[in-house]
Structures are given as C-alpha cells and as structure tokens.
Ligand binder design. Sequence first.
Ligand SMILES: [Zn+2]
Length: 210
Amino acid sequence: MKISDIPLPSRMARLPRDKHGRVVPWFVAWVDGAPDHRVVGAGKLDDAMRFRVCWLCGEHLGAYGAFVIGPMCAINRISAEPPSHRDCALYAVEACPFLTTPNMRRRDSNLPEAAQEPDGIMIRRNPGAVLLWVSRDWKLHPRHQLWTVGDPVETRWYAEGRAATRDEVLASMASGLPILRAEAEQDPRPADAHAELDAQYARALELVPT
Ligand SMILES: [Zn+2]
C-alpha cells in the first residue's frame, strides 16, 4: 500500500506538509524552513507533557493515550515518546517509513546541533516489530523525559505496516533482550534486576499474538 492510500486522520490533515506533500508530525523539528523528521523540535517533549497534547497532531488528548513502542518498551513499559491519539498512532504505524520498513536505517549523519536525544537509554536499532499500546494511564518516569505506560486496554503488533506475526514479535523481543540483560547487569543489585526483568518478560509474552 502506498502512503498516499492510507487514510489520514482528520486531526493530522491539518498539519503542514513537506515539499513531497507528506504531513509533518507535530513533534518534528523545522530547520531552516524545512522539516527534519529525524529530530524532535525544541521544547516539544515538555509541551506534550505539560499541555497533554498528541505527539503526532498536537491537539488535546482525551481519556486514552496511544503509545507506539518497540518490543523492549513492551517489556519494561517505558516509552521515550509521549502518547498520541489512537487514530494518529495507527496512521503512524501504517505510514511511517522508519517503523514500517525494517531494513531502513536511521540516518545519523548531518544532524543539526540542536538535535535532542531522548533521555535514558537510546537504542539505535530498528525494532522489527512495533506495538500500538493504548492505555488510560501513563506518567512521567522518574528519569526525565521518559514515560511509564500503564496497563493496556488494547495492544496491536505491527511489522512493515501490517499486523505482525507471532514469530516476528517473538524474534523482535528476543533480539532486544540482551540489551535489557546488560542493563540489569549494571544495576547495583543485579540479581534482583534480572529477576524483575524475567517477570517483565513473562508479562510481555502474554501480549504476543497467538
Ligand atoms: Zn493526534
């Protein structure tokens, strides 16, 4: 399916367009009059939190927030991005080239100096499968600019813009596990951290499609 064939949510239809006619999500930085999709705009993380607006369209959220997260975030329930409207997030998982084309790499060259890295552990890898995680509750993580996501009311796995298979989800989660294991190893109490990770992994496996 071409991006132009995917219906644009009405809130996102009001967003500005780039020179190719594609919508530019609200969070994207504008550099010298052009959007740079790799870069989060200055102050956008703080504004999204403070004004409770959608990360993608910039309009107010209702009772629910939808997170687009990778498999490791499904395990530890920590997101580096704030929530969006469900329909905006659905559009992102179906239309965003980075999320939907696993062989595409993030381009890290020539990033402007103002580029803002999400705080915490930044994992530079394509997650393979992504998860739409809809919840009624979320809060700011004790570490600045990370979000702890609450119990989901809906979860949907995607790969390449379509529903992911069970095998794809399991492979994607397994590929990320060593990174979380290494993180647990750095914990002041590694045995406890590994045990907690085991529990988190078991909990995440319950969300894998059958
Ligand atoms: Zn939205």
